[in-house]
Write a protein that binds this ligand. Sequence first.
Ligand code: GLA
Length: 375
Amino acid sequence: MRKLTLLFLLAVAAIFTACNNTQTADASAMKYSITEKPFGVFENEAVTQYTIANPAGMQVSIINYGGTLTGIITPDKDKKPGDVILGFDSLSGYLQKGNPYFGCLVGRYGNRIAKGKFSLNGQSYQITVNNNGNMLHGGVRGLDKVLWKATKLAGDSSLQLTYTSKDGDQGFPGNLAITVVYTLTTDNSLKIEYSATTDKATPVNLTNHAYFNLSAGKEPTILNHELMIKAEDYTEVDTLLIPTGKLPAVKGTPMDFNTAKPIGRDIAAVKGGYDHNWVLRRTGTGLEKVAEVYDASSGRFLEVLTTEPGLQFYTGNFLDSTLTGKYNRVYGQHAALCLETQHFPDSPNQPGFPTTTLNPGETYHQTTVYRFSVK
Ligand code: GLA
């Protein structure tokens, strides 16, 4: 009898422990985590890859070199996870000369400034030029080519990156102290919050340069992805992609994405492919949805929300199969698309465009959300 009681008690204890374990396992599965992995060495400093995971099975990986997004893993319509951005397996991929800004933070001035020249408060400035005599994405050594300081924030869902670009860096005036916070949320959104302060008036235009292919490599190009952009006009550019100052209407042209359409439908009518800034139709200055992308092959749906007035939609026109990235994928033309939320290109030379000048005492803010779901 005693033996039986003992057995009974042991059994109850075992069941109790098992239940408790299940509870613990469930509880931990419901949590966020940020894991770290060494990702090489840049200028004698260690580069680290941080991976934020949420309870819904989404993962975002970021390296402190260039504040670069190296992976975004989201489930497809069959709940199968897949990586929806282009990138490389190792740091050497990102350091190579031909890296077309995969996933990185872009600044101090995203997009182009004609001849790298502008004047501000009566003083002229020359920024380093790196694109047909013009400045692209902050000059020769932009924020994509420096090491940021990374800090995991409480709650394990946000990674904060900070960097101070010194007065005169690439020719820009003022010490610019920049903070970028990447946050993964429970609804499978990646939120990117940028802020910056300066001690001299200076132009600022920060963004991220992720290349998306929502099929996670199933489709070699994004030409079948359907895109919607809320915009009535775009900034017309010359052959070197410098704005002319004109804002033609998109209506009745291949540039009209107000009703979602496959990217490939009209692309042949756009010389070189899409690489333009759309003037977003906004109701205010807060966070608003401005674009959507849908890939029927995977069912993945991406919504883009931003506080910015412009959106550079770029169809990877310069990808030419010379780069091999993650999963041994060769990146051919139109392998991915970029949706760079921004102020308009060359604003420092275009008085008609919304200003990009940040003055001492002010704080620059921009927030962009990439929200993933399936349909
Ligand atoms: C931006 C530009 C493009 C190209 C890419 C990087 O999207 O508008 O012209 O330079 O960056 O390759």
